[in-house]
Ligand binder design. Structure first.
Ligand code: NAP
Length: 543
């Protein structure tokens, strides 16, 4: 008997150190980002102890005999990974916790309470004596876990239990509803902390740079995801769901999330924490077809195999894919080989009686969003793969008709006033987490972690190794005496914040909001009913 890692794997790698026979791979060291989509268990080495399952924060690990039917294929996928990547005796290099420091000698501000900030806090709280201020512009924590992870992926949201342990540990002083750059500025944070770690993510969208982008009916994936997840900045938006077809440009996991949300039965969505306004709008939706468009081929697809496999199990949805470019190639890595296998299976499936379809179009680049006063369609040009792996146009363009077009072509970070920023990449220039100035020199005491550090790639748990690397650099600088010593204390920070016209919230306030959301969700058997505007969140605390 063996344990099996499945679709939901967050790559946080909590399972790796607890495995007594080191059969979970690939193993990374702090800052070395392994390039697989998920982790795998070697069935020939697993001793069936169950330690990994107990440790997994997102319930992605099952004993093989209890694998749910829809995940059964992961037994084979785990085994195949090791056929191609025989187990090497390379053991995870996890940094030992730094030895305890005297209270008051290391006070760190972390900006952003999403997964990157929470993992940085967790890493720092392993050392006694460290004081942490966690600053978050919204009144609620958890960033992308609350506002990015799709509502039908509730298991992934379980990671917040781990974060809550850290944030509620007494070491972390939460300052929610406080924006760095306006309510308090970078220099003020620096004056009250020995170090500041920016974990502000990448919430803006890349633009397409094609004509028609400004037409009503064209939106970014970030807007649509924020809308269905009840982000206060997007909750008020309207999306035209009156047409039969939606086109999504780009085929990463965000595109697949959106396709599922658009086509899932309302009864399924109604069991999740999707925002109420989105649930109502989707109930009235006329959308029956989602076209997922890629400028390159299936071999270059950005979606991960678990998410791709899950589409084929949706009820009343047919996955349509043409069989061009799906042939196996012995040089493919396991994940690509399995994706192509799944794609061939979809291509071979006889047409079903399903009333909805997800159509994968490959080798089609977006050229222009067409329409007079609003979106009527997307002009696409066929492509082929150039020698350097880039899509090059080849052939006559055509228009795919649609009244709603979403571009899901990746995110980018935004500048925080006072902190270096590279507008070309949408990240903060850094070396292993140390922020660099214009001349490439480290800015003392300033660090980054998460998407603002390495760009919008990787799953929730990737932020753990990322935080280990950044916090490792911070400790090196602390030990070398390179952090400022003459700083003001926590009381003075509180006095400064009190002079601003803002309502800072702390962990206890979040607990009140959390309880209110859970209580109102329970009335309709949902995990929570989210507050979607800041005023409602503040009202819940005052009540
Ligand atoms: P992504 O994985 O980077 O995918 C972006 C897609 O946009 C690619 O298909 C890319 O194609 C395409 N693209 C970029 N520029 C384009 C252009 N100008 N014209 C046409 N297509 C263009 O981004 P994402 O989906 O936003 O995901 C971000 C990260 O979050 C990923 O690491 C993802 O795995 C992760 N995530 C994971 C989950 C999950 O595990 N369930 C869910 C959501 C997000 P090219 O390859 O040709 O550039």
């Amino acid at each position: 008997m063996t344990y099996v890692i499945t679709q939901n794997c967050c790559k946080d790698a909590s399972c790796i150190p607890v495995c007594p026979v080191e059969c979970i791979h690939p193993v990374g060291s702090p800052g070395s980002f392994t390039d697989t989509e998920m982790l795998y268990i070697d069935p020939d080495v697993c001793i069936d102890c169950g330690a990994c399952q107990e440790e997994c924060p997102v319930d992605a690990i099952y004993p093989e005999e209890r694998l749910p039917a829809e995940l059964a294929r992961f037994r084979d996928i785990n085994a195949r990974y090791f056929e191609h990547n025989p187990l090497q005796p390379d053991i995870a290099e996890h940094l030992d916790a730094h030895s305890a420091v005297q209270q008051g000698t290391l006070r760190v501000a972390i900006v952003g309470a999403g997964p990157a900030g929470c993992y940085a806090a967790e890493e720092l709280t392993r050392t006694k004596g460290v004081e942490i201020t966690l600053v978050e512009r919204l009144p609620v924590p958890f960033g992308l876990v609350r506002f990015g992870v799709a509502p039908d992926h509730q298991h992934t949201k379980n990671i917040t239990r781990l974060f809550a342990e850290t944030l509620n540990s007494g070491t972390v002083n939460c300052l929610f509803n406080v924006e760095v750059g306006s309510d308090v500025v970078h220099d003020e944070l620096m004056a009250h902390h020995h170090a500041v770690i920016y974990a502000v993510g990448a919430s803006a969208s890349r633009t397409l740079g094609i004509p028609g982008e400004g037409l009503p009916g064209h939106h970014s994936a970030a807007e649509f995801v924020g809308w269905y997840n009840g982000h206060p900045n997007q909750a008020h938006l309207d999306f035209d769901l009156s047409g039969n077809r939606v086109v999504i440009i780009g085929n990463g996991n965000v595109s697949l999330d959106i396709a599922r949300i658009l086509l899932s039965p309302n009864a399924v969505l109604a069991t999740t924490d999707i925002a109420d306004h989105a649930l109502q709008a989707l109930e009235a939706s006329a959308v029956r077809e989602v076209v997922i468009l890629a400028r390159r081929g299936p071999r270059q697809a950005a979606f991960s195999l678990g998410e791709f496999l899950a589409l084929g199990q949706m009820s009343d949805v047919e996955v349509v894919i043409d069989d061009h470019g799906l042939d196996a190639d012995p040089s493919d890595d396991v994940e690509t080989a399995v994706k192509l296998e799944i794609a061939r299976e979809y291509a071979r499936r006889p047409s079903s009686a399903a009333t909805k379809r997800i159509v994968f179009r490959f080798f089609a680049a977006p050229d222009e969003i067409v329409g007079d006063d609003r979106v009527a369609g997307l002009r696409v040009t066929p492509t082929e793969l150039g020698a350097d792996g880039v899509a090059v146009p080849s052939g006559e363009s055509e228009v795919i008709e649609s009244s709603l077009i979403l571009h899901s072509t990746g995110y980018r970070g935004s500048e925080v006033p006072g902190v270096p920023f590279d507008a070309a990449t949408g990240t903060v220039p850094n070396a292993g987490g140390r922020v660099l100035d214009e001349s490439g020199q480290p800015v003392p005491g300033v660090y980054v972690t998460g998407w603002i550090k390495r760009g919008p790639r990787g799953v929730i748990g990737t932020n753990r190794t990322c935080a280990e690397q950044t916090v490792g650099a911070l400790w090196e600088d602390f030990d070398a005496g390179e952090l400022a010593s003459d700083i003001r204390d926590r009381v003075e920070l509180g006095e400064l914040v009190a002079t601003r016209d803002i309502t800072p919230l702390d962990w206890t306030d979040w607990m009140v909001i959390d309880a209110a959301e859970r209580e109102s969700g329970a009335a309709s058997s949902r995990p929570r009913a989210k507050f979607v505007d800041v005023a409602a969140m503040l009202d819940a605390v005052r009540r």
